[in-house]
Design a protein around this ligand. Structure first.
Ligand code: HEC
Ligand code: HEC
Length: 226
């Protein structure tokens, strides 16, 4: 346990040191440079497609780090890698400074597919569906706040904050109001190890202990955080 804590504090120190190295970006220049991003991430960083992440209100240091990772190949996504290749360091800091100042949009309650339901929905009981989604979100809320002692899943709140606001000095991303589908994809990629550019592989260590049902529940919960 002591060793684990030491590792964590070292990575926290490293994370804040790198974020200090980033120069402040130019918000107006960033807005102009974001023209090539709007097709997928929306006009103000609020994408309409649920597997394209919202960038609005995200910490600029985190955005810069991800853009660099797409560019140097440590984070893989065919669409984003091609785009990041065309960006200079200055472009990255400008565009990230712009998105950090935008406001993230709220999501509507996720709609359950019938496969999510334990039982067949009863047509005469229209409230069942709502109860089920509420139950899943409550389960996700518990995992977010308390983690899971038995399966040793860390509480998300420790790093991503009580409101999903993240941790700016440490470059821990904000999660609140992100699309549930993107969150599920991100956690599944961390779990499988296909996304592995995070310090000490923290998110892989956490996600590999999560079941698919837990990933879905916590993602639904986070998508409803405002
Ligand atoms: C063709 C669609 C497309 C375009 C255009 C595009 N992106 Fe993306 N972007 C994506 C997808 C898809 C992902 C999610 C990748 C994944 O699942 O790992 C992403 C992820 C990102 C991320 C990581 C976000 C996170 O929360 O980790 C950043 C930062 C980003 N894009 C910035 C940009 C910027 C800046 C531009 C314009 C210069 C841009 N993108 C243009 C599709 C696009
Ligand atoms: C010890 C700190 C820590 C804890 C605890 C933690 N995270 Fe993270 N999380 C991080 C860091 C650091 C990153 C950024 C990884 C990177 O740079 O790619 C991250 C990234 C993420 C992302 C990707 C965000 C994006 O925009 O792509 C998701 C989703 C996420 N965490 C969910 C969770 C959930 C759910 C939990 C709880 C089960 C959790 N995290 C617990 C530190 C933590």
């Amino acid at each position: 346990m002591k060793k684990k804590l030491q590792v964590l504090s070292i990575s926290l120190a490293l994370a804040s040191a790198t974020s200090i190295l980033h120069a402040e970006g130019n918000i107006n220049a960033g807005k102009q440079k974001s023209a090539s991003c709007t097709g997928c991430h929306g006009d103000d960083g609020n994408s309409m497609v649920a597997t394209f992440p919202k960038l609005a209100q995200q910490h600029s240091s985190y955005l810069v780090k991800q853009l660099q990772a797409f560019k140097d190949g440590t984070r893989n996504n065919p669409m984003m890698s091609a785009i990041a290749m065309t960006l200079s360091d200055e472009d990255m800091t400008d565009v990230s400074a712009y998105y950090a100042t935008q406001k993230i949009s709220e999501n509507t309650l996720p709609v359950l597919e019938s496969a999510d339901e334990d039982e067949k929905p009863a047509a005469d009981k229209p409230t069942d569906k709502k109860d089920t989604i509420q139950a899943i979100i409550a389960q996700g809320s518990d995992l977010y706040r308390n983690g899971d002692l038995k399966s040793e899943v860390s509480a998300c709140i420790a790093c991503h904050g009580p409101f999903g606001e993240g941790n700016k000095p440490a470059s821990f991303p904000a999660l609140k109001s992100q699309h549930a589908d993107y969150l599920i994809k991100a956690l599944t990629d961390f779990k499988s190890g296909s996304r592995s550019n995070n310090p000490e592989n923290i998110m892989h260590m956490i996600a590999k202990k999560m079941t698919d049902a837990e990933i879905k529940a916590v993602s639904y919960r986070i998508s409803m955080m405002k």
